[in-house]
Write a protein that binds this ligand. Structure first.
Ligand SMILES: *Cc1c(COP(=O)(O)O)cnc(C)c1O
Length: 390
């Protein structure tokens, strides 16, 4: 059976098999890690006619092709580029589709470094940037201008987890000739496939669940048929390719992403529900909870939830947040998420213009790892007890 046949199979079958065909390399199950700059040609005529599949290390290798093909099989995309970080996966498509004099609309609860890029570099390049309410839905149409070229979405939003009505936003953007990009890192292509909902460019920090072990930085950008040539051209122009060992580690991580996510999902939901009943917690911001304002949208469009959500403490300030965080023994205090281990960070929303609450007290983001749920609850109870004393 040819590998392309996996495209129509279940997500876990695709995770296990998509990407490389073992018969291409003597039957070895995994693809080779090709360390390459130079690729040799057999003769001058082949060189002149560009009649060879691989030409130079920056333009792809069997290793990067394997990961890109696996992501395409998951996203339903026409092509995928693999870049050195999740942040590069955000900045490269924005550079590909925006020019001086264009206008971009960005959701207000966007990943903070995306906002920094827009406010500094896009501004300097003469691109007009506006932020919109993540809950705007079809109202995005009223915010669009004749020069709006890109609507940038992220759902749920970073740290505060607002759900966006992606199909409604995509329909309005399409009507007005803009393309839609989505940072889909939270859901992974297992729980949401942006291109099926009208999005043109799907972005992932592969650093998170795809790599899964807090030891690799990588990003992927997947495009529709119409957007693929321009994305690929920009990728080649910028020379922003990922190293072979990192690419390989992401493909390796993908093979187990389904089972890991199943566990992250179950543990996170159980802990989120439990936290809703705990004294000292005003709210739990997790779209899989019935209490979440975006729950209906999540249920309509997404097929699952991952392991990251936030809690809002019932009053207090930074001292209370610090008491909670410092009392944790299993949860590490550190940025990023998607690895095997639990993490906690204080959330700062001072960059927001629209999506800024009000919140009853400090907001804390939790990444629920693969540890035993009972141990994590005990740890969080320790944090809440410490917070109650402040
Ligand atoms: C982490 C993250 C990124 C950036 O990924 P890095 O690999 O850390 O650069 C982008 N978008 C979202 C939503 C993220 O959570």
């Amino acid at each position: 059976m040819a590998k392309r046949d996996y495209v129509d199979m279940g997500a876990n079958t695709r995770l296990a098999h998509a990407g490389n065909d073992p018969r291409d390399f003597f039957g070895f199950v995994n693809p080779p890690v090709v360390h390459a700059s130079t690729v040799l040609y057999p003769d001058a005529a082949t060189m002149a006619s560009r009649g060879q599949r691989y030409s130079y290390g920056t333009r792809g290798t069997p290793t990067t092709d394997a990961l890109a093909a696996a992501i395409d099989a998951l996203e339903g995309s026409a092509g995928t580029i693999v870049v050195p970080s999740g942040l590069a996966a955000v900045t490269i498509p924005l550079l590909a589709f925006l020019s001086a004099g264009d206008h971009v609309l960005i959701t207000d609860s966007v990943y903070h470094p995306t906002r920094s890029f827009a406010d500094t570099m896009l501004g300097r390049l003469g691109v007009e940037v506006d932020y919109y309410d993540p809950m705007v839905g079809a109202g995005i149409g009223a915010l669009m201008k004749p020069n709006t070229k890109v609507v940038f979405t992220e759902s749920p939003g970073s740290n505060t987890f607002e759900m966006q009505d992606i199909p409604a936003i995509a329909a309005e953007a399409k009507k007005r000739g803009a393309i839609v990009m989505m940072d889909n890192t939270w859901a992974t292509p297992l729980f949401f496939r942006p291109l099926d909902h009208g999005v043109d460019i799907s972005i992932h920090a592969a650093t998170k669940y795809p790599a899964g072990h807090s030891d690799v930085l990588a990003g992927t950008v997947s495009a529709s048929e119409a957007c693929w040539p321009r994305l690929r051209e920009t990728f080649f122009t910028l020379g922003c390719c990922s190293g072979p060992d990192d690419v390989y580690q992401v493909l390796r991580g993908l093979r187990t992403m389904g089972v890991r996510l199943e566990r992250h999902q179950r543990s996170a939901l159980e802990i989120a529900r439990w936290l809703e009943t705990q004294k000292g917690v005003a709210r739990v911001l997790h779209p899989g909870l019935e209490s979440h304002p975006g729950h209906a949208l999540w249920k309509r469009d997404f097929s699952g939830s991952s392991g990251v959500f936030s809690i809002v403490l019932d009053g207090g300030g930074q001292a209370r947040a610090h008491a909670f965080l410092d009392a944790l023994a299993i949860f590490g205090l550190g940025y990023s998420w998607g690895g095997f281990e639990s993490l906690a960070v204080p959330v700062n929303i001072s960059d927001r213009i629209i999506a800024r609450g009000p919140y009853e007290g400090p907001v804390l983001r939790l990444q629920i790892g693969l540890e035993d749920v009972q141990d994590l609850k005990t740890d969080l109870a320790r944090g809440l007890a410490a917070a109650a004393g402040v």
